[in-house]
Design a protein around this ligand. Structure first.
Ligand SMILES: N#Cc1ccccc1Cn1ccc2ccc(-c3cc(N)[nH]n3)cc21
Length: 242
């Protein structure tokens, strides 16, 4: 998978070179390009923003600069990339989105700042590539970089050979529509807090049942909306799968 990120703060994307993501680059599971949007400015001030039409607070990112950047970054391949534009006004990014994008050969992330990117940039790009405007949650960030890092990590971890233990991606929270239950490790007792006996019993059928119950209870308590989204059949399947 090829990943390109366009931003006015390229150093913000430094975490892409660390840890799991850095290893994926070293092992050539992914190639990553980070591009400074100001490289496509032509004025002495390297301006990327301007006042909003219709008035209102803040500034809007100029279409000309983004247009030239996307023309160059998204060129050079038989098939165009999927363009991802983080925005608080986007469609929800979910684990299902991450799974779908993990099948993509090439993702380009357009990280905006200020009050966002002139809409015509996305409308023009949609003429020649798939474009998704995506939100990572119902809160407002200052720019798209943190959202891009979040989405890139959740996608790359799903790629073959990236996670040390591929089973953990298969048993992700949300992968069967439920939250993960609690997890424990040594010592058996810590600050007078014990590990549930069943987990030390060696009875794997009982352990699976306990984990299923914990996942359902936690989902019911913390995210009942996920249970509503599950059909009875899916709930039964989720129950059997755990
Ligand atoms: N756009 C916008 C905007 C609109 C109003 C106020 C502040 C901003 C800042 N901003 C500029 C770029 C940009 C990108 C993504 C997010 C973002 C995503 C999620 N899920 N929350 N916030 C915010 C971003």
């Amino acid at each position: 998978m090829r990943i390109d990120v366009i931003t006015i703060f390229p150093d913000y994307m430094a975490p892409l070179r660390e840890a799991l993501l850095g290893k994926a680059i070293e092992r050539e599971r992914i190639s990553v390009g980070v591009h400074d949007l100001r490289g496509w400015t032509h004025d002495v001030h390297r301006a990327v923003d301007d006042s909003p039409y219709g008035g209102g607070p803040g500034m809007v990112m100029k279409p000309q600069v983004w247009g030239e950047a996307l023309d160059e970054v998204c060129a050079g391949s038989d098939s165009p990339p999927r363009l991802v534009v983080p925005t608080p006004a986007g469609s929800p990014f979910t684990q299902q989105t991450a799974v779908r994008w993990s099948e993509e050969p090439w993702l380009v992330f357009a990280c905006g700042r200020y009050e966002g990117i002139d809409q015509r940039v996305m409308d023009d790009a949609a003429r020649r590539m798939p474009v998704e405007e995506v939100s990572i949650g119902d809160y407002v960030l200052v720019g798209g970089e943190v959202a891009a890092l979040t989405m890139i990590e959740s996608v790359v971890r799903l790629l073959p050979g990236v996670l040390g233990n591929p089973a953990s991606a298969e048993q992700d929270s949300f992968s069967d529509g439920l939250l993960e239950g609690p997890c424990y490790t040594r010592p058996e007792a810590w600050r007078d807090l014990p590990v549930p006996d069943v987990l030390r019993s060696g009875n794997h059928a009982a352990i699976d049942r306990w984990r299923r119950y914990q996942a359902l209870e936690r989902t019911w308590q913390r995210r009942p909306d996920l249970l509503e989204a599950l059909s009875d059949d899916e709930l039964d399947r989720a129950d059997r799968a755990r």
